[in-house]
Design a protein around this ligand. Structure first.
Ligand code: PMP
Length: 444
């Protein structure tokens, strides 16, 4: 599996010139088949009512010729951009060679290469001696596996999760997800789960660690010693709240002292989104269990991993199984994506783009000091709570869409504009997207 594609390709992902004039809103696309046949549960297509046909780098194209800059990236699944050429050539070579496409969890060449490269380029350089479990193809199954393993390894059932957390839509993951609406839809009562406010949130900072200490120290607190604490290093759906390094360190120290497993959910904030491969890295902690999905598949292909300390591998064969664990094409793409990390040019490009996002924060502060802007690396959350609220966020999103930019909202009431360009975005498109967003927040 060799390729002659230059490594710089992902940083300069398209040979078409950046259009100088923004696209004009089109006539209504034909969406009748979706409306007639697709369930009411569909979501994103309601905010972005076009029909997409192609994509490249940081751009999405519709069947009727519109172009959008993508600041949403498949909810964090496309950190390396759309149809990244370096990864694509590996995939097309693999398809052309009739490489195995479905292998359950049998040994395959593609899986062997992924495991070897992932250990060499991601785990070992960070001093992480983890076993790798391939979960079913979505993030929520990596979380299910993590929670099951924590309960099995400790013999305890309780969990601590954080207000504002999002961990997925299957029952176990929903039980540790903060949203009342999502838990109600899933018929999940939250039994066995104690929710604690995160370090920061819409109601202000909170001494989460002190609170957990107190729950554990008081024999009548009503909370039993839990199997695990599950936490996102940056809460993304909750409204882009990055945890401080100090808070993560204290959480690690507390959980260690009490024999509670610490699960880091890296599904959305991981794979470089916040500047380092793992969001917990610069806190200098080693979690017991880590869940990874979304951009680990490199190309938007489904792949989900649960990583854990070797001693925690108490699974018996087949105790957490699934037909689509280990998508072979995703292994090929993921191997190539890991290789991007060894190249200084890739990391320098990400640092440059993150620097531009940092300057955008200052531009927003000049535009309206009442906007609260949070973020780290290649994610920003622009919080309108004290500056017009969800209606302003929604109208900025609408303006952006009408002017060729896809951007999503998050937070408790969709009051936060979440800015997540591809890590590989070029300076022109990043500037243009940010200019549209700035204007969308300015006009009211
Ligand atoms: N954890 C986090 C932090 C997430 O952001 C998500 C998805 N938004 C999930 C878990 C669930 O992943 P999936 O939608 O692939 O099941």
């Amino acid at each position: 599996m060799t390729t002659t594609v230059p490594l710089h390709q992902p940083l300069d992902h398209t040979d078409r010139p950046v259009p100088s004039v923004l696209p004009v809103p089109p006539v209504s696309p034909d969406v009748s088949v979706f409306e007639e046949l697709e369930s009411e549960v569909r979501l994103y297509c309601r905010t972005f009512p076009v029909v997409f046909s192609r994509a490249k780098g940081a751009e999405l194209h519709t069947e009727d010729g519109r172009t959008f800059i993508d600041f949403f990236c498949g909810a964090g699944s496309l950190n390396y951009g759309h149809n990244n050429d370096f990864i694509k050539h590996r995939l097309t070579d693999y398809l052309a060679s009739d490489g195995i496409m479905h292998g359950l969890d049998m040994h395959t060449v593609a899986k062997r290469e992924f495991l070897a490269r992932f250990a060499e380029l991601v785990l070992r350089p960070r001093g992480l001696d983890y076993k790798v479990q391939f979960a079913g193809p979505t993030g929520t199954d990596a979380v299910e596996a993590a929670l099951k393993l924590a309960r099995k390894a400790t013999g305890r059932t309780g969990l601590i999760a954080f207000s504002g957390a999002y961990h997925g839509m299957s029952r176990g993951s929903l039980a540790v997800t903060g949203s009342r609406r999502a838990r109600r839809a899933g018929g999940v009562s939250g039994q066995d789960v104690t929710f604690v406010p995160y370090e920061d949130g819409p109601l202000g900072p909170f001494d989460s660690i002190g609170f957990i200490e107190r729950l554990l120290a008081d024999p009548s607190s009503g909370t039993d010693l839990p199997a695990a604490v599950i936490v996102e290093p940056t809460q993304m759906e909750g409204g882009v709240y990055p945890a401080s390094r100090e808070w993560l360190r204290r959480l690690r120290e507390l959980t260690q002292r009490h024999g509670i497993l610490l699960i880091l959910d890296e599904i959305q904030a991981g794979c470089g989104r916040t500047g380092t491969f793992f969001g917990f890295e610069d806190a200098g902690i080693v979690p017991d269990i880590v869940t990874v999905s979304k951009s680990i598949g490199g190309y938007g292909l489904p792949l989900s991993l649960t990583l854990f300390r070797r001693e925690l591998d108490v699974w018996e064969p087949g105790e957490h199984t699934g037909t689509f664990r280990g998508n072979q094409l995703a292994f090929v793409a993921a191997t190539a994506a890991c290789e991007l990390w060894q190249h200084g040019s890739f990391q320098a490009g990400v640092a440059r783009a993150a620097g531009r996002l940092g300057r955008f924060r200052a531009e927003l502060a000049a535009l309206d000091p009442a906007l609260a802007v949070r973020g780290r690396g290649m994610v920003l959350g622009i919080d309108t709570a004290g500056a017009g609220g969800p209606e302003r966020a929604r109208s900025a999103q609408r303006y952006a869409f009408e002017h060729g930019l896809i951007v999503e909202l998050c937070g408790r009431h969709d009051e936060v504009v979440k800015v997540m360009p591809p890590l590989t975005i070029d300076a022109d498109r990043l500037d243009r997207g940010l200019a549209v967003l700035h204007e969308g927040l300015r006009v009211r």
